[in-house]
Design a protein around this ligand. Sequence first.
Ligand code: PLP
Length: 395
Amino acid sequence: MSIISNSLKRIKPSPTIAVTQKARELKAAGKDVIGLGAGEPDFDTPDNIKNAAIEAIKKGETKYTAVDGTSALKQAVVNKFKRENNLEYSIENVTVGTGGKQVIYNAFMATLNKGDEVIIPAPYWVSYPDMVLLAGGKPKIVKCNEYDGFKLTPKNLKKAITKKTKWLILNSPSNPTGVSYTKDEIENLSKVLIKNKNIYILSDDIYEHVVYDNFNFFTIAQISKLKNRTLTMNGVSKSYAMTGWRIGYAAGPKDIINAIRKIQSQSTSNPSSISQAAAVEALNGTQDFINTRSNAFKERRDFVVNKLNKIKGMSCIKPNGAFYVFPSCRKLLNKKTKLKSDKDFVEKLLEYSNVAVVPGSAFGLEGYFRISYATSMENLKIALERISNFCENLN
Ligand code: PLP
């Protein structure tokens, strides 16, 4: 008999972390690999935030805090939702966890019974289906095609709903495609959700501040009829280049928030007290960093998308958020190139051209791959040259 539990056998390790690890190993072995797999900003955490953490250490803020966050941080989250999204919450509606990842995991552990379905539009962030499976739920994957901008349509949403549907996950801007839902698109999805009164919505807004071209970010809790059924998750990882600090948060109905607290109290307890102090400064302090950083990302996005679209057999839509693009390599999968799948493409690209990217199938949509442009322009120039040469030699 295996020591490993049945629930663990249902899941797989994160494929994006695996690619990053593989690229690291090849680099350590002396290969000149460029990793375009990372899901984190390459910028450093701003100084004002670092200094707030140093101050917290000096002041002795080094003890346990309230399980799901200090009142100072919860208040900063309440203010953030009011200031940026025009959403009113009280601190009882807010929970803080060790990264957005923990908040989502806890939310599913707290709410899913065996067989409950969670609608996950694909391509999706790799962790959603596995988290649902771990919690005993059933991921209901809805493929969203390129012609719909990789977005869920009201028609496809309607088709996916059953009596067992408990949650819908919306992630905008999206990992892995970078596409974002407009206010109109969210309003159209809302019409279906308002009619289906038992469905809750998990809105993953972690890339809210990584948007371009004056995109007007809109989140589904702003639809008043859905606010009391929406858990809006966000965090400081991507907005303030704080992935290692591990602070994520959510606002939503008190019963869910209380259930999340209960799980956290019996598992990890509070997120790091020092990281919480840093997150207070991130949310309350100057927001200048966001614009400077977004301008740099925008330049990289434009460069990458233009280059990709010049490659024969490749096409890439220009997304307005996050730091990913999701080009199609479908036309390169054929007898002549001897490539059968996106996995083949990605493996050969790494083997022959030393560029690490993640296959679309890891995100639930085959025939594509994800590039993270959260790396320097120099790296991107070399990487795109290599991808271009690799594809030319295939053709
Ligand atoms: N949601 C999405 C879509 C992500 O891409 C990530 C991180 O990669 C997270 C949530 C979790 O972020 P963190 O746990 O660093 O706050």
